[in-house]
Design a protein around this ligand. Structure first.
Ligand SMILES: CC(=O)N[C@H]1[C@@H](OP(=O)(O)OP(=O)(O)OC[C@H]2O[C@@H](n3ccc(=O)[nH]c3=O)[C@H](O)[C@@H]2O)O[C@H](CO)[C@@H](O)[C@@H]1O[C@H](C)C(=O)N[C@@H](C)C(=O)N[C@H](CCC(=O)O)C(=O)O
Ligand SMILES: Nc1ncnc2c1ncn2[C@@H]1O[C@H](COP(=O)(O)OP(=O)(O)OP(=O)(O)O)[C@@H](O)[C@H]1O
Ligand SMILES: N[C@H](CCC[C@H](N)C(=O)O)C(=O)O
Ligand SMILES: [Mg+2]
Length: 494
């Protein structure tokens, strides 16, 4: 991966209060990673101010520190005593994002980002699939890592700017011309993608999640709105699901800045879904593009995937794709890993799906989306993550009870919390549900319940390959467990 080996502080757009302009050899946001010639970004965190680690960074060779006024008052003396440069910014996270963009000096030429409570991974994956079908070298970047014509693992949905721009530069160096990325609310709030140049930005929907971090719905909305109010430039296009009332607000925010807006929806819009017909393997869609009817096959389970696919098509069009060519790719789209993924089928024909629903709205959406594809009973396995929004737990239980015939409550990444108390919170909203803490056993029991025509949705972990208990990550893959359970049960019955 190529990036500049050195740059001066000023060439990175940063000015030191003492006029120093040292040669910069690396950027770091964590003092533990700092080495000689490094610019250390000492930013205020949720637990501690990074400025408390400046002395350690200076000892390890930092030659410049980017921070805010609070950081300057904590560490200014040490920085001056070491003769290092001190750059003070009111918005140090944004300054870091712009510095990282300049440092790595390149990204795929055509980029789109998508935000919303649910559907970001799905939409960005469909955008990538459409681009690839159209012959472009494309990737999507987010919860499932960098996927497509070039791949790399990522630890976060929207990585912090240094990791993000390193990945974008590496993608570009590997010939990638098109990239679709997820903009998480944490990422937007922390300005992680403020250095990315976007042709288009998309909005899926807005419901409850992450209130542990944002605290109020207003703060959560404002974080997401940052994509249209700040990150998308004025010559970019906002592609908005206007069925969600918050989409109408997002469109107004984008329009007020002079951005073009392309609307998508069932109630109307430039790209307007007018009819859907479901069968066992997918659905037929009828939609209108600027008033002209189009009909296409979609080999995807779940009515909501049509909303995601049309939003993706809108983003590709907003990035310059020719609409008819874009629509012709839709029958070739394939399941997004861990999203309404058919994981196994029992000998009696009953189907087992794995899905990443981990919010109340997603649980309701995923289960109700399965109904038209299922003739018999619908069984759901749900759980909620530890160290995450506690308020969503009973609501997830209630959503499962409202939309499935049988509900099993199990564990999903308890992290540092007591798994039994997380289950108890989910069960508050799901009285009468079956409680089975061990996820493998829950899957086995769920599959054992299936009769001909029934279906099971295993919600919450999707593509994940581990169960996080304490600080350990124990190997666990819902799809693999489902296949093993089907083999064990049908083998026994045969
Ligand atoms: C809650 C949250 O988002 N935290 C992010 C935040 O860390 P923080 O504010 O808690 O950091 P802190 O511990 O207070 O430390 C403050 C600063 O001191 C620095 N430090 C700390 C210790 C040390 O020894 N030396 C040092 O320099 C830290 O690097 C940090 O810059 O800033 C850090 C640096 O940018 C991020 O790495 C970190 O993400 C953590 C790892 C995280 O897990 N975030 C999750 C919740 C997240 O972002 N998830 C979203 C959404 C997922 C979804 O949509 O479902 C995602 O985009 O992945
Ligand atoms: N348009 C949608 N409306 C409602 N629910 C959806 C929609 N798209 C996906 N979902 C549900 O949300 C789950 C997660 O989807 P996806 O991974 O695409 O969302 P995400 O926004 O990327 O999530 P994360 O915040 O974890 O990154 C899916 O498995 C499905 O259950
Ligand atoms: N990436 C999201 C979703 C995780 C889904 C679920 N498996 C959980 O652990 O809560 C998060 O970290 O909140
Ligand atoms: Mg995602």
């Amino acid at each position: 991966m190529s990036s500049p080996r050195t740059s001066s502080l000023n060439a990175l757009g940063l000015i030191s209060g003492n006029g120093a302009n040292p040669e910069i050899r690396d950027l770091q946001v964590d003092s533990r990673e700092v080495g000689p010639g490094c610019l250390f970004a000492a930013i205020p965190g949720t637990r501690v101010h990074g400025a408390h680690y400046v002395e350690r960074a200076l000892e390890d060779g930092a030659v410049a520190v980017l921070t805010d006024s609070e950081g300057a008052s904590i560490a200014g003396d040490a920085i001056r005593a070491a003769g290092a440069a001190l750059v003070v910014s009111d918005t140090p996270r944004e300054a870091l994002a712009r510095t990282a963009a300049l440092w790595f000096g390149g990204q795929p030429a055509v980029m789109a980002a998508v935000t919303g409570t649910n559907g970001k991974t799905s939409v960005s994956t469909f955008v990538r699939q459409i681009w690839i079908e159209m012959g472009h070298a494309a990737v999507n970047l987010g919860t499932t890592g960098v996927e497509g014509a070039w791949t790399a693992p990522l630890a976060h949905t929207t990585p912090e700017p240094i990791t993000l721009h390193r990945a974008l530069r590496a993608a570009m160096d590997n010939g990638i011309t098109h990239a679709a990325m997820e903009a998480s609310s944490h990422g937007l709030d922390q300005r992680r993608l403020d250095g990315v140049t976007l042709r288009a930005a998309g909005f899926t929907n807005f419901t409850q999640d992450h209130l542990d971090y944002h605290e109020t719905f207003d703060a959560y909305f404002d974080a997401k709105a940052g994509l249209f109010a700040r990150v998308l430039s004025e010559d970019g296009t906002a592609v908005i699901n206007i069925d969600d009332p918050k989409g109408v607000d997002m469109a107004a925010i984008a329009r007020a800045r002079g951005c073009e807006v392309l609307t998508v929806g069932r109630d109307g819009g430039d790209l307007h879904l007018t009819a859907q017909r479901f069968d066992a393997t997918g659905q037929d869609l009828r939609f209108e593009w600027q008033g002209k009817a189009v009909q296409k096959r979609l080999d995807l389970i779940g009515g909501f995937q049509a909303d995601n696919v049309l939003l993706a098509a809108g983003l590709v069009i907003a990035c310059g794709g020719q609409p008819q060519e874009v629509f012709d790719t839709l029958p070739h789209l394939t399941t997004v890993r861990g999203r309404m993924q058919l994981a196994a089928t029992r000998g009696n024909g009953a189907a087992v799906f794995v899905d990443y629903a981990h919010t109340p709205d997603a649980v309701a959406t995923a289960l109700s989306a399965m109904r038209p594809h299922v003739m018999g009973r619908l069984v759901a396995i749900v759980g909620a993550g530890g160290d995450r929004d506690r308020a969503k737990r009973p609501l997830m239980g209630a959503a499962a009870m409202a939309h499935a015939d049988t509900v099993i409550v199990t564990d999903d990444n308890p992290r540092s919390e007591d798994p039994a108390s997380i289950r108890a919170a989910v069960l508050e909203g799901a009285p009468g549900a079956i409680e089975i803490g061990d996820r493998a056993e829950a899957i086995l029991r769920g599959i054992d319940l299936l009769e001909p025509g029934d279906a099971l949705l295993i919600a919450g972990k999707g593509h994940e390959t581990g169960q996080i208990v304490g600080s350990d990550v124990l190997p666990f893959d819902d799809a693999e467990q489902a296949s093993m359970a089907v083999a064990a049960l049908d083998g026994r019955l045969a």
